[in-house]
Write a protein that binds this ligand. Sequence first.
Ligand SMILES: C[S@@+](CC[C@H](N)C(=O)[O-])C[C@H]1O[C@@H](n2cnc3c(N)ncnc32)[C@H](O)[C@@H]1O
Length: 417
Amino acid sequence: MTSPIALVLDSPGAELLAEWDTNPERHSMSAFELNAALRTQGASAEVAAAVITQCELRDRAEAKLGPLARRLLFTRDGIEQATRLAVATAHAQRFAASGAHTIADLGCGNGGDSLTFLLAGLNVLAVDIDPDAAAAARWNLQAVAATLPTPPDATVIEADVTIMDVPGLAAQGVDAIFADPARRTGAAKGSARILSPEQWSPSLPTVLSWRASYERIGIKLAPGIDHTDLPADCHAQWASVDGNLVEAALWTPALAPEGAGRSALVLRGETTHVLTDPQIHEATAPVPQAPTGALGAMIAEPDPAVIRSGTVRALAEELGAHLISDKIAYLSGDTLPSTPFAARFEVCEVVALRPKAITAALRAMDVGQVEVKKRGADLDPAALRSALKLSGSQEATVIATRIAGRHRAIIARRVRD
Ligand SMILES: C[S@@+](CC[C@H](N)C(=O)[O-])C[C@H]1O[C@@H](n2cnc3c(N)ncnc32)[C@H](O)[C@@H]1O
């Protein structure tokens, strides 16, 4: 059977995709109606299905890659695994700023990172073991190159990077390596996460072994990676986009002007913010502890990139805040300045962590809508929310946590920045 990507690379699939992808009528048609329209235009059943799939994948990819997605081709796994455009652009800027000229993207998927390398002016050698992913990446890099007045070189090859002569690529001018290892079993196998870095493809030790030949190596990591699995002399950065943790990445010293350690990269809208802790000098350093103190008039929930990178102490210092319980990442103080690194709440009341007590407090505030947050309390937020019988017109946040060793519900109002 011809692959769905191959079916939209050439005539008539490519033309039908270009026509229907941009046709606004498509959005009011069912897949059945779209299929019928494509078949009337002479498309085979296979081509019609491939065009419909590609239109849907582009719709989904737009959330990660923006309007550029409408020029690109995707595999199903490729979209799930693609780096968000804003984060990939930050990767590319790191390589460009280091003086790199030619980057090998080893395990390029559909080319989500490679295309930003190209846009940053780097020559790209992109490699993937999967023929469909490589075909999509080839198309995508050509589509991006076509938008540039003097595009850098872009080559895509289908190969297994674990048996490839990666050190030998230096003879072809490669002076930087990027790897975003596959960390899932794949859609066909239920797409489970592979936790052990030794089991990723390529594995973390394999990518790090290329340090013998290249100074500039960047590796995308699972955000849950243990700090002790990292090479101490590198810089690891956890990234979030609009409050959602999306990845961690590891940079060898030549790509890390900030030095060895860990940091949080927080992207909000079009703006990028970085938080480092001067007390963290190695990627493996223990998480510095923030001071603890009493609950004040405000409480802040650090961004997940701050929590995972272990930079909560630095944030506490920046905000003039303290933890309310040792090792639980809620910060408090009587006044907390606005920050991109945390969501802020005004504390209204503290009650026992029991539905009856929480309901009574919320009813007295005329609250009908609640968001439930928890840290240091073992409960199901959805179950707690449904146990609260509310009918008011106001909104509030219930923060389930521990204060002075006891489980408590903090009733709070979110500060909208
Ligand atoms: C997480 S995806 C890369 C996504 C890409 N960075 C992006 O933003 O679009 C990992 C890719 O590595 C490829 N891969 C896994 N093992 C490989 C190997 N041994 N050789 C080459 N590619 C491999 C997979 O086929 C998959 O496309």
